[in-house]
Design a binder for this molecule. Structure first.
Ligand SMILES: Cc1ncc(COP(=O)(O)O)c(C=O)c1O
Length: 459
């Protein structure tokens, strides 16, 4: 995924040297992680519990987290801006979450019957996201799978539209054109339907049409080409699996109107943006309410839970069993207790004010360093999320993102890591997450490490 953006082979060599040096430091700091990785390879496939935990040069094994910090098995402390891929908005061991989980554990952790906390969560989600009725699941993947099923079930149509570069989890219908390479993505005016993984039948790939973000005409074309056949569209309203790409003004409301005019539904996948883009997610930020919203990650305060919300007509179809939305662990008492505490005690107005101030501090500090060093980069930040995009200008869709040289993100990640800040791995795809427990010194360390990185790569 490397481009010739930096042009000069000399610059590329310099970057490679920096990466090699930082990877060496990285490994030297973590002998116990290396030992664990060696042992794990005999019992865990690939030595990890999810393929996204395979980081280069080696997986980092953690021992615990507290507040805004996490600690690896070698005893190194990190300011945690990885946030468990955007789930740890509460930070770690937040007293309200600890208390909620602790109380529920003593009262039983699973019944497969509803408990009081479930209805409290439903009411809170309805008031935040403007959709009246909710159900639960256990992961973002399950939630978006239900949303896709629901759109198909209600309309009786098989086709769905997704956006090139959006990720919605690992079920078949959405494992299409997530991070296609340039040589397989097809023409920008007509993105190809590229399987994101092996194991996805071609027949299912064919049911997922691919549109371009911020391009209404690309959706209109697909609807025209398949009249009366598109059940709906699923989209990250703010793209957060390609750095961060924001919707242009007017795009989302026009998208909703266009889909409705063809009898199709709109799902906002707010698994990432949910509570992190702001207290009412991207839905609140943009003022556009879709037919269905999916949530997961941060809503559980670090405990696995997902939610699917819908308009009254949509969820009537669930209520009357037109679509059977099920799951043994749906609304699990432990998870809903943590989620309730997250919504009512952690993700408060004051917490967002604090996060806003920290975000502004991070953006200002990093932008100052970009100006000082002349690095071809800019910062995009929304709510608690943010990232450095290693391109001079904002990108508006996946094709703009595709051309960015991934090595800058990797070098930046290494500098941050070796300097005591744990950003999410996976290079240019991911963003930082500022939790409710971060403070100014945490952000200042992020900026200081960025300054060291920017000085090194431009030096
Ligand atoms: C926007 C979005 N939707 C869905 C998912 C899938 O969530 P999970 O990993 O909980 O299955 C992710 C995961 O990163 C995501 O970013």
């Amino acid at each position: 995924m490397h481009s010739e953006q930096d042009g000069l082979p000399q610059a590329a060599d310099h970057l490679q040297d920096i990466i090699a040096e930082q990877e060496k430091i990285f490994v030297e700091r973590q002998p116990e992680s290396a030992r664990m990785a060696g042992r794990a390879r005999h019992s865990l496939a690939g030595g990890v519990t999810s393929s996204w935990q395979i980081t280069v040069p080696q997986a980092v094994w953690l021992s615990h987290g507290r507040g805004s910090k996490i600690y690896d098995v070698d005893g190194n402390e990190y300011v945690d801006l990885h946030g468990g891929y955007g789930a740890a908005l509460a930070g770690h061991a937040h007293p309200a979450i600890v208390e909620a989980v602790h109380s529920q554990v003593g009262l039983g952790t699973h019944f497969a019957q509803p408990t009081r906390s479930a209805v409290a969560v439903g009411e809170e989600l309805a008031s935040r996201f403007g959709l009246p009725l909710w159900r639960f699941a256990n992961s973002g993947t399950e939630a978006t799978m239900d949303a896709v099923h629901l759109m198909r079930s209600i309309t009786g149509r098989d086709l769905i539209i997704k956006v090139e570069g959006c990720y919605h989890g690992h079920h078949d219908s959405v494992q299409v054109s997530v991070t296609p390479e340039a040589d397989e993505a097809g023409p920008a005016s007509r993105p190809a339907q590229v399987p994101a993984s092996s194991g996805i039948p071609k027949a299912i790939i064919n049911l997922t049409l691919v549109a371009t973000f911020n391009d209404l005409a690309s959706v209109e074309r697909l609807l025209d080409e398949h009249p009366g056949q598109v059940a709906g569209m699923i989209i990250e309203p703010i793209m957060m699996n390609a750095g961060i790409i924001e919707p242009e003004p007017g795009y989302l409301p026009a998208l909703r109107d266009l889909l409705h005019s063809r009898g199709a539904l709109l799902t906002f996948d707010e698994v990432k943006t949910g509570l992190t883009a702001g207290p009412r997610g991207a839905t609140g930020l943009t003022g556009v309410t879709p037919d269905i919203i999916t949530l997961a990650k941060a809503i559980g305060g670090g405990v696995a839970i997902a939610a699917v919300g819908g308009a009254a007509e949509v969820m009537a179809h669930v209520a009357d069993n037109g679509y059977e939305m099920v799951g043994t662990f749906n609304g699990n008492p432990l998870a809903v207790a943590a989620c309730r505490a997250m919504l009512t005690e952690v993700a408060t107005h004051e917490a967002y004010q604090r996060i806003d101030a920290l975000r502004e501090r991070a953006v200002a500090g990093i932008e100052q360093e970009i100006t000082r060093t002349g690095l071809a980069a800019h910062v995009v930040a929304v709510g608690a999320k943010g990232c450095v995009v290693f391109a001079p200008e904002p990108v508006r869709d996946y094709r703009g993102f595709l051309g960015i040289d991934d090595r800058y993100s990797h070098a930046h990640w290494l500098f941050q890591h070796n300097g005591g800040v744990f950003l999410p791995p996976w290079g240019k795809i991911e963003q930082w997450l500022i939790s409710v427990q971060h403070d100014e010194p945490d952000i200042d360390l992020l900026v200081a490490n960025f300054a060291a990185f920017a000085t090194a790569v431009t030096g």
